[in-house]
Design a protein around this ligand. Structure first.
Ligand SMILES: *[C@@H]1O[C@H](CO)[C@@H](O)[C@H](O)[C@H]1NC(C)=O
Ligand SMILES: *[C@@H]1O[C@H](CO)[C@@H](O)[C@H](O)[C@H]1NC(C)=O
Ligand SMILES: *[C@@H]1O[C@H](CO)[C@@H](O)[C@H](O)[C@H]1NC(C)=O
Ligand SMILES: *[C@@H]1O[C@H](CO)[C@@H](O)[C@H](O)[C@H]1NC(C)=O
Ligand SMILES: *[C@@H]1O[C@H](CO)[C@@H](O)[C@H](O)[C@H]1NC(C)=O
Ligand SMILES: *[C@@H]1O[C@H](CO)[C@@H](O)[C@H](O)[C@H]1NC(C)=O
Ligand SMILES: *[C@@H]1O[C@H](CO)[C@@H](O)[C@H](O)[C@H]1NC(C)=O
Ligand SMILES: *[C@@H]1O[C@H](CO)[C@@H](O)[C@H](O)[C@H]1NC(C)=O
Length: 481
């Protein structure tokens, strides 16, 4: 009877060992480029989808000692009623250690924490910690859970020495500020950052654009209105930014990221962020010229850049409210994304920057104007719309030199000042149908008839008009001249 019992126990033990061995063999070692460590294991199912192996491993890796339960558990003992405590445990043990003390009264790190250099995981969820001093002694830490404490600010050196930190949980702290480069930096390689449910009002770009692969950075449910760049972060065109998921829902965003502020002048550089996913579905977007560059890029890679791309809509301007942004992109309506400018705008006209055409427009269409506006903004590549106005004379203006598009149609203008031809350049797109000219001013020979639409002009031909013949000879089809 006794022996039978023993046999069963032995069998059970054997069975357990076997199961552990099989379990362990379904993991493979992950050697991240960014950190010098070999203790991370990646589940073998990650290798089933070859395109996604790396990202899957980054998201699911487990330290080997954790998986095999080969670690020491440390505990805490309070020694004052002000929430001061000491770590209890074997200081000299070389096993990786985990310190876990949830829902306590701890107000600061335990005073002897640095004696335990083997600590890899700290779980102090639900305590009363308000300041975290620089804890370089914990340089081997892999996971830090400080959720549900009272930490209001993270400085750029708070975690900078924790080069192995992979998981950092700061949710529910009332956090108002993350200094630039405080969770991302050359030596940090956090793959899961949770700053959700805090009180942050802005987010510095330096804290989520990184070269290392990451799984997810969560900033959802804060009060973030905009992405800022106070740390002077710039994208390095020679580097590859692998990216991950940046969760930004439940905030108060009204602007997408201002890429120019990040030093991105060329839209192609933006491609470097393409593997990032930004979750922003409930943001109240300003559908204006600042958003347009993003969308131009998104046009090509629509479902890659925002994971729930199909659920974003405009909030401002009012007349676009509720319009689906992806719909506008797919239906090639990027021209709608403009910014009004109020400076130096002629009365009765609207002045705007239209990013998609890289042009600044002065729209005086239908205005009660009898002459060209005296001044318009001093910018290059102007579009001047004077259609249906009461302009009688096409007078010269300095800004004509910077104008690439003029619409003077249906004005009935009957005179053109000679200086005009000194100012406009030959590539100008000039619409003048519905004029009252009774002769075609010779100056128009500077125009490219393929671009300009000169409208119908009845002229009495004489030798002075030979230039028209030459002009027409050069160009193919001007049926309505
Ligand atoms: C990684 O660690 C090994 C051994 O500990 C060391 O020789 C090597 O220089 C380290 N590499 C980096 C990039 O830190
Ligand atoms: C950290 O912030 C301080 C100012 O708050 C600044 O002087 C210092 O250069 C920053 N360090 C890094 C590494 O960004
Ligand atoms: C967040 O800020 C609001 C005031 O802006 C304050 O009432 C609230 O208590 C703060 N939340 C936390 C968790 O500190
Ligand atoms: C779209 O957004 C709304 C509100 O933000 C959300 O309730 C809904 O589930 C989203 N739909 C999809 C398909 O993501
Ligand atoms: C620009 O101004 C017009 C006219 O005032 C207005 O209807 C429109 O909503 C404004 N657009 C933006 C993007 O502010
Ligand atoms: C100037 O504006 C026109 C639209 O009027 C646009 O087609 C062109 O690309 C712009 N040129 C430059 C250099 O931005
Ligand atoms: C210019 O203004 C007119 C009248 O307000 C409007 O119908 C037209 O769409 C505007 N054109 C552009 C390009 O904004
Ligand atoms: C023409 O555009 C340039 C900028 O490209 C600007 O400096 C200049 O003042 C503009 N000229 C006029 C007359 O608006």
């Amino acid at each position: 009877m006794d022996t039978q019992c023993f046999n069963i126990t032995l069998l059970l033990i054997l069975h357990c060992l076997c199961a552990t061995a099989t379990y362990m063999s379904s993991f493979k070692v992950l050697s991240p480029n960014s950190v010098n460590r070999t203790d991370l294991l990646c589940p073998s199912y990650c290798f089933e989808d070859l395109r996604n192996v790396h990202h899957c491993c980054v998201c699911t890796a487990i330290p080997e000692w954790h998986l095999s339960s080969n670690y020491l558990l440390l505990s805490l003992e309070y020694f004052k009623c002000d929430g001061s405590a000491k770590v209890i445990g074997d200081v000299d043990n070389s096993l990786p250690a985990i310190l876990k003390h949830r829902d306590g009264y701890l107000q600061r790190y335990p005073s002897n924490l640095c004696d335990f250099t083997n600590i890899r995981e700290i779980d102090l969820k639900g305590n009363k910690i308000s300041t975290i001093c620089i804890i370089s002694c914990l340089s081997k830490s892999d996971t830090l859970d400080l959720s549900y404490n009272k930490i209001y600010q993270i400085y750029n050196d708070t975690f900078s020495l924790l080069t192995q930190l992979r998981i950092l949980i700061l949710t529910h702290n009332g956090l108002t500020k993350l200094d630039p480069f405080s969770v991302v930096g050359t030596s940090l390689s956090i793959t899961l950052l949770d700053c959700s449910w805090n009180n942050m009002t802005e987010l510095d770009a330096s804290n989520f654009i990184l070269e290392n692969d990451f799984c997810e950075y969560k900033f959802n449910s804060n009060k973030i209105t905009k992405i800022v760049n106070k740390g002077g972060f710039t994208l390095n065109p020679d580097k590859i930014y692998k990216g991950g998921l940046v969760e930004l829902t439940g905030n108060l965003f009204y602007k997408s990221i201002d890429f120019e502020e990040l030093g991105i002048k060329d839209i192609k550089t933006l491609g470097k962020l393409m593997s990032f996913g930004f979750l922003l579905s409930d943001a109240k977007f300003d559908c204006d010229c600042h958003m347009e560059p993003y969308l131009e890029l998104a046009e090509l890679i629509m479902n890659k850049i925002w994971r729930d791309y199909f659920n974003m809509s405009c909030w401002n301007p009012l007349e676009y409210r509720g319009l689906s942004i992806p719909y506008l992109v797919m239906h090639k309506k990027l021209d709608l994304f403009i910014c009004n400018i109020t400076e130096k705008c002629p009365r009765y006209c609207r002045y705007y920057h239209q990013q998609h055409k890289r042009t600044t427009g002065v729209n005086c269409t239908d205005a009660n104007l009898e002459a060209l506006p005296d001044y318009v903004p001093e910018v290059s590549n102007l579009t001047v719309l004077l259609k249906n106005t009461k302009i009688k004379t096409f007078e010269s203006r300095n800004y004509l030199g910077n104008t690439t598009f003029i619409d003077m149609s249906n004005t009935g203008f009957s005179e053109v000042e000679n200086d005009v031809f000194m100012q406009i350049h030959n590539g100008v797109n000039f619409l003048m149908e519905g004029h009252n000219l009774n002769d075609m001013p010779r100056g128009f020979q500077v125009l490219n008839p393929c671009i300009a639409q000169l409208g119908r002009t009845v002229i009495k031909c004489n030798c002075n008009h030979l230039w028209i013949k030459v002009l027409l000879h050069v160009k193919i089809k001007i049926s309505n001249l």
